[in-house]
Design a protein around this ligand. Structure first.
Ligand code: PS7
Ligand code: MN
Ligand code: MN
Ligand code: MN
Ligand code: MN
Ligand code: MN
Length: 346
């Protein structure tokens, strides 16, 4: 049976779980189902990185101020009263109450603290690098996604190995861990096209020019209805690129032995391939937010227990992609079709 969410006695951790539930619906559920030894560390890890991302995302902070904060963010967790005013919605509260997250961090086992600090330091440095540089090539794109998501995979693998609940080998599965993060992050970047380009006071652009340059003269033009056809062809190329990481992701998850850890990893990956299937050949990506069918997320959370369940979902979404690709023809659909057929064949 799955464990229900447990209210921690520690008030700092209680705040962390309440914040986690406000900022992430799906991660909150799978994190709270993790084994006791890991749950608090992963919850704090999530909030530390979410806070770092809030700084990265706030386009009202100027570069000269932002870069040093990103570079030193991993040191704030050892302080007693560092906070700042930035972000929007629930993130404002996260940043104002950051000392509470730091207090919870300081109560974690040292081996977990070290992993979180190391990843936060490397992610902050990577974010800073891309504040002053643009994503031009697919190589840049893979590197940016490594910094903001691949490193999360590497850190989580270290936590899994450190807990003794998964094999020590996970601490050295860097490429597969990175692939897990890249698959999630590329899906997020594809789905968030409009949100990111409309960001105030300045747009955020993560789609690499090496891909969009084949379809137009500027990334921002894809939101104009007269460019819908080129925009969708570009979108389909972006989805074919994201599907490159499916093999690593399946290979990684096939090695997991602990059921709740497996679910924690598998649910977001299934939601990612489901989101890619919903976005594929879909002009709505350029005019609003595309999500999987309502209720589908809840069903996935409920259903997925083991690798066979995971494969069934990947094959079903692979089928959906392949069918759409056959109907689409042209518009970059062939490469998605080939990638999808491989997912279906296994
Ligand atoms: C399981 C081996 C510590 C659980 C989970 C906060 C989401 C926010 O959301 O466009 O549009 O604002 O600004 C590998 C999660 C990668 C990361 C990256 C899976 C921490 C997470 C901070 C590895 C999640 C991918 C920025 C950076 O994009 O986002 C296994 C735990 C995982 C956080 C995500 C997000 C990056 C992000 P949004 P952005
Ligand atoms: Mn963000
Ligand atoms: Mn970000
Ligand atoms: Mn995003
Ligand atoms: Mn965002
Ligand atoms: Mn935003």
């Amino acid at each position: 049976a799955r464990r229900a969410a447990v209210l921690p006695h520690d008030p700092d951790l209680a705040f962390c779980y309440s914040m986690l539930n406000k900022v992430s619906r799906s991660f909150a559920i799978v994190i709270q189902q993790l084994p006791e030894q890991l749950r608090d560390a992963v919850c704090v890890f999530y909030l530390v990185l979410r806070a770092l991302d809030t700084v990265e995302d706030d386009m009202a902070i100027d570069q000269a101020e932002k870069v040093p904060i990103l570079l030193s963010f991993h040191e704030k967790t050892y302080e007693k009263d560092w906070s700042m005013k930035c972000g929007h919605g629930h993130y404002v509260e996260l940043m104002e109450q950051y000392p509470v997250v730091c207090a919870a961090f300081q109560g974690l086992e040292p081996q977990y603290q070290e992993v979180i600090t190391d990843i936060c330091r490397r992610m902050g440095a990577g974010m800073a690098e891309f504040i002053v540089k643009e994503v031009e090539t697919v190589k840049d794109y893979d590197l940016y996604c490594h910094y903001v998501a691949g490193l999360v995979g590497v850190g989580l693998s270290n936590l899994f190995a450190g807990s003794g609940l998964e094999s020590e080998d996970f601490a050295s599965l860097h490429e597969l861990s990175n692939g897990m993060g890249l698959f999630l992050q590329k899906t997020n970047i594809i789905r968030d096209y409009l949100e990111d380009i409309m960001e105030e006071p300045a747009p955020r652009m993560f789609w690499p020019k090496e891909i969009w340059g084949k379809h137009g003269d500027s990334l921002e033009d894809f939101k104009d209805p007269e460019n819908a056809e080129a925009a969708v062809a570009c979108l389909n190329d972006m989805i074919a690129d994201a599907l490159r990481h499916v093999d690593a992701s399946l290979d990684y998850m096939q090695r997991l032995r602990n059921r709740p850890i497996f679910r924690f990893c598998a649910v977001p990956q299934i939601m990612a391939i489901g989101t890619l299937a919903a976005c594929f050949d879909n002009p709505s990506v350029f005019t609003g937010v595309v999500k999987m069918r309502r209720g589908q997320t809840a069903k996935i959370m409920h259903d997925v227990e083991d690798y066979a369940d995971l494969l069934a979902y990947f094959r079903a979404f692979g089928q959906a992609l392949a069918a759409k690709a056959r109907a689409a023809r042209g518009k970059g659909a062939e490469s998605v079709g080939r990638a999808a057929e491989r997912v279906v064949a296994g």
